[in-house]
Design a protein around this ligand. Structure first.
Ligand code: HEC
Ligand code: HEC
Ligand code: HEC
Ligand code: HEC
Length: 135
């Protein structure tokens, strides 16, 4: 009986941890579904922004940029954050097209680090979670 109780309280703790983790993940999740992709071929991308910026401690400037005339990245959080404000559907000869920009940024780092999603279905999951924000 005592043993059962210990097992049960162990399970209760685990359940509590799992629930709080999924609540955090849910709150954190950004849905990337830019409307420039008029004929979408893949489901929207779920992107845990805080996981990257806070927990993994990746510099904002690793992903966000606004280049000044000298080519320096002068981005701060008052600047443009929507990637598709600059990266368009088609190549314009100056700025990398949007899909390539996303894939270079996201997959590029995951491959380099040997961590994070690299297959299509991991980033473009078929079953969507309820999105908190839509981008
Ligand atoms: C590391 C994450 C990641 C991986 C892996 C990835 N993508 Fe993407 N992909 C993105 C992001 C982010 C966007 C931009 C989504 C948006 O805002 O709509 C995108 C956009 C796209 C788009 C343009 C939007 C659309 O649906 O038409 C296509 C097509 C696409 N990806 C196909 C693929 C294919 C095929 C693979 C596997 C070979 C793949 N992606 C792997 C992150 C990823
Ligand atoms: C791993 C890449 C990455 C890192 C690191 C990152 N961001 Fe982002 N951030 C994004 C992407 C992708 C979007 C969505 C852009 C879009 O919709 O086109 C975004 C969106 C945003 C937005 C606007 C969307 C919103 O509603 O929140 C802000 C503000 C922002 N980021 C600030 C920051 C700050 C500040 C940091 C550093 C503390 C940071 N980001 C770190 C990739 C990143
Ligand atoms: C204010 C305009 C602007 C915004 C917003 C912007 N970019 Fe860019 N981006 C550029 C320019 C200009 C270049 C340099 C020319 C090129 O390679 O396309 C560039 C280059 C890139 C490159 C090539 C490598 C590099 O870093 O130079 C990637 C990848 C990229 N952007 C991804 C993103 C992602 C992801 C976002 C959103 C989080 C974003 N960009 C937001 C203008 C922008
Ligand atoms: C500079 C590096 C870097 C960039 C850029 C980056 N990621 Fe990641 N990402 C990581 C790392 C490292 C992990 C692994 C975290 C872990 O497993 O501990 C990860 C994990 C993930 C995961 C899995 C999260 C989980 O709960 O296991 C997703 C989904 C993801 N990234 C999506 C994206 C998307 C979408 C983009 C582009 C908008 C992106 N990442 C850009 C470094 C990056």
């Amino acid at each position: 009986m005592k043993k059962n109780l210990a097992v049960c309280s162990g399970i209760a703790v685990l359940v509590a941890i799992c629930v709080s983790m999924s609540v955090y993940a849910q709150d954190d999740m950004m849905t990337l579904e830019h409307d420039i992709f008029v004929d979408r071929q893949r489901p929207a991308v779920l992107f845990p922004h805080m996981l990257h910026a806070d927990e993994l401690g990746i510099d904002c400037l690793d992903c966000h940029h606004v280049y000044d005339a000298t080519g320096e990245n002068v981005w701060d959080d008052s600047e443009e954050s929507d990637c598709t404000a600059c990266h368009k559907l088609e190549a314009d000869g100056k700025t990398m097209p949007a899909m390539k920009a996303f894939h270079t940024n996201c997959q590029g780092c995951h491959k380099e680090e040997g961590k994070g999603s690299v297959t299509c279905g991991e980033c473009h999951p078929r079953t969507k979670q309820a999105p908190k924000e839509t981008h």
